[in-house]
Design a protein around this ligand. Structure first.
Ligand code: GLN
Length: 487
């Protein structure tokens, strides 16, 4: 018999609708799995068992009253970057270890309105800065395919929890790749929407011009259901766009005959692992067999994306993180001598090394005399990068390539080498700089470790991306694979 956690989120939604099981049974099943398995994975920072069961009861009541939607009673894991009222919201940092959020982020409100059930808050790199989950104050989450390896980051806890089926779906946030890279390394599907598609209100800010929240789940169909609830205008986020929300689920089954797929030559070049490339080429063959056409394209400024990102992101983070001063909320040092001592020691104790590194770089890049040379220059490069994509989308419908250059690396392998860590997002970062939507879709394995296919679309093309991903998932079963130890 198939156990509840072996079903996709979409299948669980159908099961709830058919009355095959209740929301309470479903929540209990996943809470039991978390209790049994999360010691090995460390994918949750906080588990909200009581609250989850109460929400599940309310969902069952709502269904009995004939008022259920597709997510009513579906358990979800929320990245610990979203403010959740009455629940610790740590952002993976000692700074916020004692912070109980007084309000819900817009994304959390939207899921509440749909009747989804929060299981808990997932582990993440501190303030979403990292690619391996190793910068978390709570210790790294582990990759369920091999617990000696990283799950990716910064949404590594969400990716690990979903891959091990401790939750049927989760949220992530993506500033430079933090949804897509961990999705790829853990063998699940993840979508970073167009900048402005999902409200950032109540989501703790890292780099405000790049941050976007999105869904992470086994399949594209699951992500479509989640995005449907997350997306939409919110006047409390001034960069959230008043753009109609498409019918993501309804668009899944469209054909892709004649789809033009651009393959940037820069993404199939030096640095890409041969076995990863082979998996990507196999996925591309599936698309060809479905009637798509492969077209070589060029994104000539690709090599500038990591340097530009590592000016823009630290600059914005240095400004955003100035609010953690030990006064209003968060960590405060013991017995400060005076105000300056309080600022220095509270921040010194509250933040980890990677966050400090970014604040230093960002403060420098924004300082008088260097602003033009660094921040302004990086913003100009950003324009060139987005122009590259605009030109490409005049020729092709979507762009594909690998999500990451290699499968999951070992814990500790890159922890002391920031530059090599930064390069694990080499294919994802440009998409954030341009504000475009991108997905990672499971596309095979190398030595038992998952490989992700990266699919990038034009602005507001989430429905098309999900449709294109769904077509691959109708032909392959990589998204259904569950690591042996967590079956
Ligand atoms: N790994 C990148 C960084 O450390 C991206 C992180 C993210 O997308 N939040 O900045």
């Amino acid at each position: 018999m198939t156990a509840l956690h072996q079903y996709s989120l979409a299948a669980l939604s159908r099961g709830l609708a058919a009355g095959d099981f209740s929301s309470v049974e479903l929540a209990q099943h996943f809470l039991d799995r978390i209790a049994a398995h999360d010691k090995r994975l460390n994918s949750f920072i906080t588990v909200t068992a009581e609250q989850a069961l109460a929400a599940a009861e309310a969902a069952d009541a709502r269904r009995a009253a004939g008022d259920a939607g597709p997510l009513t009673g579906i358990p979800l894991a929320q990245k610990d970057i979203f403010n959740t009222r009455g629940v610790r919201t740590s952002c993976g940092s000692r700074m916020l270890d004692n912070y109980i959020a007084p309000y819900d982020a817009c994304v959390i409100e939207n899921f509440d309105a749909s009747g989804a059930v929060m299981l808990g808050k997932t582990n993440m790199d501190e303030f979403a800065m990292g690619s391996s989950n190793e910068t978390s104050w709570y210790g790294p989450a582990k990759n369920p395919w091999d617990v000696e390896r990283v799950p990716g980051g910064s949404s590594g806890g969400s990716a690990a929890a979903v891959a091990a089926r401790l939750a049927p779906g989760a949220t992530g946030t993506d500033t430079g790749g933090s949804i897509r890279q961990p999705a790829a390394l853990c063998g699940i599907t993840g979508l970073k929407p167009t900048y402005g598609r999902v409200s950032r209100w109540g989501m703790i800010a890292f780099a405000s011009s790049l941050d976007q929240a999105g869904p992470m789940a086994p399949s594209a169909e699951d992500c479509a259901l989640l995005l449907q609830a997350m997306a939409g205008f919110d006047e409390r986020d001034s960069t959230c766009m008043e753009q109609p929300v498409d019918d993501y689920v309804g668009a899944l089954e469209q054909g892709i005959e004649g789809l033009r797929i651009g393959l940037p030559k820069e993404y199939f070049a030096e640095g890409l692992d041969d076995a990863v490339e082979a998996r990507i080429r196999e996925a591309l063959k599936v698309y060809e067999s479905l009637g798509a056409e492969l077209v070589e394209i060029s994104l000539p400024n690709s090599h500038l994306s990591a340097p530009a990102y590592y000016v823009v992101a630290p600059a914005e983070c240095s400004s955003n993180l100035s609010r953690f001063d030990g006064v209003r909320f968060g960590h405060r040092c013991e017995n400060p001598k005076d105000l300056e001592d309080m600022y220095c020691r509270s921040r010194g104790e509250g933040f980890g090394d990677e966050v400090k590194r970014r604040i230093l770089v960002g403060t420098y890049a924004l300082s008088a005399g260097y602003y033009d040379a660094y921040y302004l220059k990086a913003q100009q490069i950003r324009r060139l990068i987005s122009n590259d994509f605009t030109e490409a989308f005049a020729e092709v419908d979507v762009i594909m390539g690998p999500t990451t250059p290699t499968p999951a690396f070992r814990l500790g392998e890159k922890a002391d080498d920031p530059i090599s860590m930064y390069l694990s997002d080499i294919y994802t970062i440009a998409v954030n700089l341009a504000g475009l939507p991108g997905m990672s879709v499971p596309a095979g394995q190398v030595d038992g470790l998952p490989v992700g296919l990266h699919i990038v679309g034009n602005y507001w093309s989430e429905a098309r991306l999900l449709n294109v991903a769904h077509c691959l998932q109708m032909e392959t079963d990589w998204h259904q694979q569950i690591p042996e130890a967590f079956k």
